[in-house]
Design a protein around this ligand. Structure first.
Ligand code: C2E
Ligand code: MG
Ligand code: MG
Ligand code: MG
Length: 291
């Protein structure tokens, strides 16, 4: 479903009068110019070890600021980029930027892990592993500190190719996460077969964890399964200390969410990182209330 954008700006496209497919075409063609016209940026959202409060790393999240449309949310433009083929260029741009930034982030925190979102379609490309090797060498980065976040989607299940593609990345040494776990197509058999390094619980199960017994059950079970399979768990969408405490009690290793920080522009993230290097300030402040 296409979410409405911020208010009046849509009138630039006279959006009420166009069909959904016209809207998608308009966005796709605007997106083609986005890279050249410098309209894209990467934001970073911290990920925190829930047992110590130390920084695990950050997820790189793409932002698109269009001169007329304003901020277009990735949930809207990524699916359009995927279906129009523009995703290849976007992904290359994201990887190149993210690894450049990672080089600066490890100066502050050598064990900093940068997480990059990859489309299932990207995995079918043979040239992407080469791009990784080139960039990792160029910046002298440890591949083990690079995490690829794969969202479960139908494409992931269309062929066995994906498992092969993942092998290319495993040989390079980068880590693989399954993103938005529990919302898509994954079966438990799939989890066991693919051997993901990290499992990310989708925010839909985390945001109401305080009140929903079902969500508590799902989060606890996911943590148990992950542990048995040798993966570790990241919970996204942690917005308060109570949710953090619940996940911590289930053995969830890493947390991400507005409670710690919203996604930040690179310079702001660097400053946040510097201020939270020893242990995340918000974590320490709230720990007393929780325990
Ligand atoms: P995702 O990979 O699951 O990323 C997490 C999303 O949850 C981000 O939304 C983040 O801003 C949001 N989030 C994190 N903590 C909280 C919280 O506490 N509360 C709430 N309400 N939201 C929280 P964002 O940045 O809008 O990205 C949406 C999706 O777009 C991502 O979901 C990912 O699937 C896709 N995406 C973003 N950047 C890229 C990219 O560079 N490449 C690809 N292929 N997809 C991307
Ligand atoms: Mg992600
Ligand atoms: Mg996610
Ligand atoms: Mg998600």
């Amino acid at each position: 479903a296409v979410k409405p954008l911020h208010g009046e700006r849509w009138h630039m496209f006279n959006i009420e009068n166009v069909t959904l497919s016209q809207r998608r075409i308009a966005i796709a063609s605007a997106l083609k110019e986005a890279i050249e016209c410098d309209q894209l940026s990467l934001f970073f959202q911290p990920q925190i070890y829930l047992n110590t409060g130390k920084v695990h790393g950050a997820e790189a999240l793409l932002r698109w600021e269009h001169p007329q449309l304003g901020n277009v949310p990735p949930d809207l433009f990524i699916p359009i980029a995927e279906s129009s083929g523009i995703i290849s260029d976007l992904t290359e741009w994201v990887i190149t930027q993210a690894l450049q930034y990672q080089k600066k982030m490890i100066v502050l925190l050598p064990e900093h892990i940068v997480s990059i979102n990859i489309s299932a379609k990207d995995l079918l490309r043979k040239d992407l592993p080469v791009l990784f090797i080139t960039l990792l060498n160029e910046h002298q980065l440890n591949p083990a500190n690079v995490m690829l976040e794969l969202t479960e989607s139908a494409t992931l299940f269309e062929g066995v190719d994906i498992k092969n593609a993942l092998n290319d990345y495993r040989l390079i040494g980068v880590k693989i996460a399954i993103d938005d776990f529990g919302t898509g197509y994954s079966s438990l058999a799939y989890l066991s077969k693919m051997g993901f390094d990290e499992i990310k619980i989708d925010k839909q199960f985390v945001m109401n964890i305080e009140y929903s017994k079902n969500d508590q059950t799902i989060c606890r079970a996911t943590c148990d399964i992950a542990k048995s399979l040798g993966s570790y768990v990241v919970a996204e969408g942690i917005e308060d200390s109570q949710s953090m405490a619940k996940l911590q009690s289930y053995g969830c290793e890493v947390g991400q969410g507005y409670f710690f920080s919203r996604p930040l522009p690179f310079e702001d993230y660097m400053q946040w990182l510097e201020e939270n290097l020893e242990t995340t300030t918000v974590f320490v402040n709230d720990l007393e209330k929780v325990v």
